[in-house]
Design a protein around this ligand. Sequence first.
Ligand code: SF4
Length: 387
Amino acid sequence: MLMAKRPVAQFVMKISKYCNLRCTYCYEFNELGNKQRMSPELISRIFENIASHVVPNEYEWVSFVWHGGEPFLIPLEYYESIGRLQQEIFGEKVAVWNVVQTNLTVMTPRHLEFLKSQKFFRAIGISFDVLGDQRVDTQGRRKDDVVLENMQKLIDHEIPFGAIAVLARNTLPHVKPIYQFYDQLQIGSRFLPFYMDASNDQIARHAVTYDEQVDALKTIFGEWLASDNATPVDPIGDYVDYAIAHISKRPAKHYRREADEFVFMVGLDGSVWGQGEAYEPEYQYGNLAQDGFGQILSSQGRRRSVEEAQSRTERLCRQCPYYGACPGFFVADSSPQQKRMFEESGCPVRDVVGHIVRTLETTGVAERITSRAAILEKNPSTQLVPF
Ligand code: SF4
């Protein structure tokens, strides 16, 4: 019997905007000196309002990504008390886990012990570009040595982590060595194109053009393909998957924001947005300080966002040869900057997936994928072995 898939939800919690760095492309740049943090009372209300929906609707899991600012400027005891609140409110009724996204400038022995124990954080993401000169402190000094030292501490303590590098004007020339750095260490990484901003000045200084973004992603794909380790790198991993789905004519999958959206950004005061439209007043979904998560899902702001996502998908993805192999997530969950890029130049994912498809075809890999897919169709019990 087929089981219905149970829903899941991830909340990116802006526990504080306060940060010891002033990365010049940070979309929180204007708030990085603000020491306000989510109070225990607010966090408790947020949890209650999430639980009131996810428990009766039998969610499979709920995760919280503790984000900032720099979340490790908040004492670890604060997270321990949040863990106790989660235990009281969610108990055994739904699986809950916590993730942290850090700039890795703060890593004391106590942090190492806390992370290793997994008593609160189950996964760690670090933000580090490796090269480029944008990740500086309040005095404009680079903190790369501190981050590298702390990365070594995580490795020495066998604490796994993933990394994010921002794809912006100053990292653009370095995408090859950045991927090679993480690949040699076999650390999974993600290149995040600069997609949200705090000002027009930031856009002028850091935004990359459509062509630059496409070229950079093609370069990263080339490095991944040529690597012996082939350490996973996002979003290339997804795009290779779309290319293989296209070549092997896998059944189509379409992203429907209404039903499939599962990542929600929660601001310092409990306000909620979808991923791409954070802080855009007309797309605010509500506020978890007072609204149940069920109300958030059916709010007017979300309805507007969902309807616009749907019409964008119809307009851009319907005429894309990869739609169905690519679920259209990138177009549906886009930021204002990305929407402008679609209008001016189209969808960069389409170009990159096209490049991957052509590469797989010219190297003969596509043919092998197609013949294995045919074998699989005739005999579904045959495993599709890696090529
Ligand atoms: S237009 Fe872009 S997001 Fe839409 S299906 Fe094509 S590649 Fe995917």
